[in-house]
Design a protein around this ligand. Structure first.
Ligand code: MRU
Length: 346
């Protein structure tokens, strides 16, 4: 069954970066048009755009906007380095942000003919990165679909689809590819408290693209597995250490522990740009703490007594030992990840 893949949440129009505001989905589909790299950095911090690959693509455009504005200055190189530092500070966990920003900075620094030429090159590089991300996700889908069962339930967490990437998605891309290949898959989407990426974004996306799914409370995962309804778990990642430890949305680690107990395969799908080869193990990954209000409230309404103390880590780290395989655009890595991931690197 061919799958519809119509959603694109990042586009370039009239010299502006247009982002579908993910804070307002599914109730409102509002596009923001950004002209200044600082506005883009704020949009990343405030999660107008989120998901590691989408943040990377957005950062590449932020650098193109910064370069465009700085091209008149004699000291544009140091100004651009300052902009890169501001952009990278927008969120700490997803490595794609620093990866894409540094890539653009290096490209600009290599361009010696003129600042004008550097601006043209960075904009083209951002367009290319967006297209490459979609192609990589489709390739990841082809590799990953082969691992999914011919039929059965697939549990996923957070949002890893078109909204979280340039398009098509990582873990959701693998599910799309599996369904396109004729597999009879029933998706179970965790609602993903506290920000509700599953309930608000994955549910919106799957409904729009006509993919059959149930939305479930995060705490239902163990029960669903116990009932034999889940044949595989597949999630994305924000940063994968060289040894295969994978940071992803809070709640991912619990799913991996549950999957091991129930002897269900647990897959991570991510592009190689999400692998931080300079990070030896997951313990070194900085975990973003987000505002307390996200936990005290649900969908903007207070649910806890005023003033309660809150912990709101936005990510956790799943040890590589709990991951059955890591699916990338260049192929599937299996333990031991230190060697299998390095072998996929160009
Ligand atoms: O806080 P978010 O919504 O940016 O977190 C996103 C995730 O954790 C995704 O699972 C991850 O970025 C992979 S997206 C393809």
């Amino acid at each position: 069954m061919p799958i519809v893949d119509n959603i694109r949440a990042i586009r370039w129009e009239d010299n502006r970066l247009c982002l579908l505001d993910q804070r307002l989905l599914p109730q409102q589909e509002i596009w923001l048009k950004l002209r200044d790299y600082r506005e883009v950095a704020v949009a990343i911090t405030q999660m107008v755009v989120r998901g590691a690959p989408a943040i990377g693509v957005t950062a590449a455009y932020a650098m193109a906007l910064a370069m465009h504005d700085m091209r008149e200055f004699a000291d544009w190189q140091s100004r651009l380095a300052g902009a890169a530092a501001e952009i990278k500070a927008a969120r700490p966990t997803a490595v794609n942000l620093a990866w894409a920003t540094d890539r653009q900075l290096t490209l600009a620094q290599k361009e010696t003919s003129s600042a004008e030429a550097a601006a043209t090159i960075l904009l083209q590089a951002a367009h290319d990165l967006l297209e490459q991300d979609i192609a990589d996700n489709q390739q990841m889908g082809r590799h990953g679909a082969a691992l999914l069962p011919e039929q059965g339930g697939i549990l996923t967490h957070c949002n890893t689809g078109s909204l979280a990437t340039g398009g098509y998605g990582t873990a959701l891309g693998v599910i799309r590819a599996g369904i396109s290949a004729g597999k009879q898959l029933q998706v179970y989407a965790d609602e993903t408290r506290p920000w509700l990426q599953g309930a608000r974004l994955t549910a919106w996306e799957l409904q729009k693209d006509g993919i059959p799914f149930y939305l479930n409370a995060d705490s239902a995962a163990a029960y669903l597995m116990q009932q034999g309804l889940i044949q595989a778990v597949i999630v994305g990642a924000d940063r994968i250490a060289a040894n295969g430890d994978a940071a992803n949305k809070i709640g991912t680690y619990s799913l991996a522990v549950l999957a091991q107990y129930h002897r269900i395969p647990f897959y991570v799908a991510a592009p190689l740009s999400t692998v931080d080869f300079a990070m030896p193990a997951g313990a070194g990954i900085i975990i973003e703490e987000r505002p307390e209000s996200e936990v005290r409230q649900c969908a903007g309404h207070d649910v806890a007594p005023a003033g309660v103390q809150v912990r709101n880590p936005a990510f956790d780290v799943t040890p590589g030992a709990l991951i059955t395989a890591i699916i990338t655009e260049r192929g599937v890595a299996r333990p031991d990840y230190l060697h299998s991931l390095a072998a996929l690197r160009v």
